[in-house]
Design a protein around this ligand. Structure first.
Ligand code: IVH
Length: 714
């Protein structure tokens, strides 16, 4: 792993996050990935390592906190009963050994105590959640962002492996069966060959083909594709009549677990109910056994008839799984052991420079297209100047390209022995590639130290930066205005028609008196102009979080904007706080500092932004065009959500870590000391000063058992 100094780490983090989000969108929504899985994984892995090293970087905005991509609006949204999460990855045998160790540690299992694992091929398809009520399929959904997926019921009904009615007996009243939809390799090859012949859409890999087939608005098209389905897990389970409350629901769920105590037993009953479960699923007692299964599956990989990208290991006992719980977006009880990256050699034709929203110059390698493990790669990011210098990558070089997992391809290195004569080290540009040719500087961090990123100093005077910013402002996650594409924004920005968010909303009024109205322009026309103005009008009522995101404050993406919107609730409160912050108000600063997931760089960026009159002008003109809607209050649905809990004394049923993780899962905040803000103190034997303090402050005190029954797990 590369070790970064703190300042380079932040820049790298920002860069990686943006790349990952971009590639997730390409992969999940557009079925057009540019990276190999391994390349993508490498990015995610690097991001995780960075965050482990610099926990400050690990904000709610980070892609490591999200699953999949933002969902598209093609299908009706479906709220998953239980979130569909992702898996942590293992790459090396040591990671697998660590996985076993950390589980034993968490569960406090001595070495002589058996710990069985289930191992299953990791199917490289699309995860799908099938809801059965009284044994009948009533709904099917994609994973989406993990919480909300897309309703693809009609399409899924056409898959032959998906029973419309469960066979066998003992079906819970309501159960979400989850698994992977995939495209068999032979059918994929045949379909692509036919498409190529007939000039149809050729897919890069079976996974994209499966996604394309599933996300058809016309289910008869899906029906003509030979999709298959493997069941491997479940989501919401409610055994017996509708539960009355959360405690009742947990009890009903528990009944399912009592009947099927292991992953293996669940797979067995899935088969009885009519599902296909993967025939290569196996169990073993330790990480050495897991590695043997991994090797065997890897050996047979090419003969399976469908794509797999690794092996998933799961703790077999479900009571252990329950105790282990989840860390942010993935379970502690499972891990995906990925197959290694695939590599290929090709020539580097050129290095192009792209300018991002906040001016970062990103070098992109243009390659002689090359097939790397089934995907054609022709563009690869080189990240930054240091990366090029470190690897001494030169135009004309024969380079080794690698892609791994669901990721972005990368250049691993140069074949020096093949280097042609007369090449020169790459000279990174010192001016922006835009017509202004603004000077480029090295990015500075909070402490004023130099970072790796080169940035154009032109801010929104730089046409590239301005267009990138405007693209972001109209994008789906911010203003969500359809009909303003990159080309148009480029043109409008050049002409001075749209230079800042407010201009979007005054466009129609100005257009009425314009000599070159939009309807007369090439690529526009009467209808598109009208639709565009209508789309803009619809955004005059703008939720506070989107308003904040649209400001383009460095580091404030949709997630952070949501956080701020919830914290300040109304535009006026937000503006007052930011004005005070810029004027040096320590209280506002302290409140921000204390907010979960807000780090010093964010506070600095807000101060920077609001101390600049130019930005304040942009803000005010924008706000004047809108009715900014207040943020909604956060809905809590467990008995303890939003409550602050302190654990003290010895816990007897679980470790402190486990208790903390469980409380947080239920939406509680776990604090280390008792104060007037504490709602509940859970005191075990040996509790001392904290218990006393709780009594003094009149804070509710519970024993561990009382706590467990309060949260409904006793
Ligand atoms: S179990 C809590 N088992 O891999 C997550 N997932 O990277 C439970 N996948 O979203 C997932 N084969 O789409 C599981 N045998 C298998 C799998 C599998 C493929 C996919 C699934 C998941 C992704 C996580």
């Amino acid at each position: 792993m590369t070790t970064h100094a703190p300042h380079t780490a932040q820049a790298r983090h920002q860069k990686l996050s943006a790349e990952i989000k971009h590639h997730r969108d390409l992969y999940y929504n557009q079925e057009a990935p540019e990276l190999s899985d391994a390349e993508y994984d490498a990015l995610e892995q690097e991001l995780r390592a960075l965050e482990a090293q610099y926990p400050d970087l690990h904000t709610v905005d980070s892609p490591t906190e999200q699953v999949g991509a933002e969902i598209s609006s093609k299908f009706a949204p479906v709220q998953h009963g239980v979130p569909m999460l992702s898996l942590d990855n293992a790459f090396a045998p040591e990671d697998v050994a660590d996985f076993e160790k950390s589980i034993r540690r968490f569960l406090r299992l001595p070495p002589e105590e058996a710990l069985a694992f289930a191992a299953e091929p990791k199917i490289d398809g699309l995860s799908c959640s099938l809801l059965y009520v009284n044994g009948k399929l009533v709904r099917a959904a994609t994973r989406g962002d993990g919480r909300t997926g897309e309703d693809i019921t009609e399409n899924v009904r056409t898959i032959k492996d998906v029973p419309h009615v469960l066979s066998g007996a003992g079906h819970p009243e309501r159960i979400e069966i989850r698994g992977e939809v995939y495209y068999p390799l032979a059918d994929f090859a045949a379909m692509n060959a036919k498409a190529a012949e007939e000039g149809g859409k050729v897919f890069a890999n079976p996974r994209n083909a499966a996604s394309g087939a599933l996300r058809q608005l016309d289910a008869t098209i899906t029906a003509s594709r030979p999709l298959r389905f493997f069941a491997y897990t479940w989501g919401e389970v409610i055994d017996g009549p509708e539960p009355n409350d959360i405690v009742d629901q947990i009890e009903k769920y528990q009944k399912f677990h009592d009947r099927y105590p292991t992953q293996t037993s669940v797979l067995k009953v899935f088969r009885e109910w009519g599902f296909q479960v993967n025939p290569r699923s196996a169990t073993t007692e330790n990480s050495d056994g897991l590695l043997k299964i991994y090797e065997a599956i890897q050996r047979d990989r090419s003969g399976l008839g469908y794509d797999i990208d690794g092996v998933v290991y799961k703790v077999d006992r479900l009571d252990y799984q329950r105790r282990l719980g989840f860390v942010s977006r993935s379970p502690r009880w499972a891990i995906a052991h990925k197959f290694p990256a695939e590599q290929a050699l090709t020539y580097l034709k050129a290095i192009d420079i792209q300018v991002g929203r906040i001016g970062t110059l990103t070098p992109v390698a243009r390659l002689e297209p090359v097939n790397v493990g089934g995907v054609v790669v022709s563009n690869v990011t080189l990240h930054n100047a240091d990366e090029i210098a470190r690897k001494d990558i030169r135009i004309g070089d024969l380079v080794r390209v690698q892609r791994a997992g669901d990721v972005i391809p990368q250049i691993v290195g140069v074949e020096l022995s093949e280097r042609p004569d007369g090449t020169e080290a790459y000279a990174f540009p010192t001016v922006c590639p835009c017509p202004l040719k603004t000077a480029v500087v090295r990015e500075l961090n909070l402490k004023g130290e130099e970072g790796v990123a080169r940035r154009c100093t032109g801010e929104h005077a730089c046409p590239h930066q301005r267009v990138e910013y405007l693209k972001y402002v109209v994008s789906r996650k911010v203003l969500d205005i359809e009909g303003l594409g990159e080309k148009q924004l480029q043109k409008f920005s050049e002409e001075g028609l749209i230079r800042e968010p407010a201009d979007i909303f005054t466009l129609e009024a100005r257009d009425k008196t314009s000599l070159t109205p939009l309807r007369n322009r090439e690529g526009m026309g009467e209808t598109s102009a009208r639709n565009l103005f209508k789309a803009i009008e619809e955004r005059r009522q703008l939720p506070l979080d989107r308003f904040i995101a649209a400001l383009g404050v460095k580091g404030v993406g949709e997630t952070t904007a949501r956080l701020l919107a919830r914290a300040y609730h109304s535009e006026s409160a937000f503006r007052d706080a930011m004005t005070a912050l810029a004027a040096g108000d320590e209280e506002v600063k302290a409140a921000l500092d204390n907010m979960d997931q807000v780090g010093p760089s964010l506070v600095a960026a807000l101060i920077d932004f609001f101390s600049n009159d130019h930005n304040v002008g942009i803000y005010e003109r924008f706000e004047a065009q809108l009715t900014v809607q207040d943020a909604e209050a956060v809905a809590g649905d467990s008995a303890v959500s939003g409550k602050t809990v302190v654990f003290t004394g010895t816990l007897e049923k679980m470790t402190r870590d486990e208790a903390k993780a469980q409380a947080e899962r239920l939406g509680a905040k776990v604090a280390g000391s008792v104060s007037a803000k504490t709602h509940i103190v859970v005191a075990g034997p040996g509790a001392g000063s904290k218990l006393k303090k709780a009594a003094e402050l009149g804070v509710q005190v519970m024993t561990e058992d009382e706590w467990l029954s309060f949260i409904g797990v006793a």
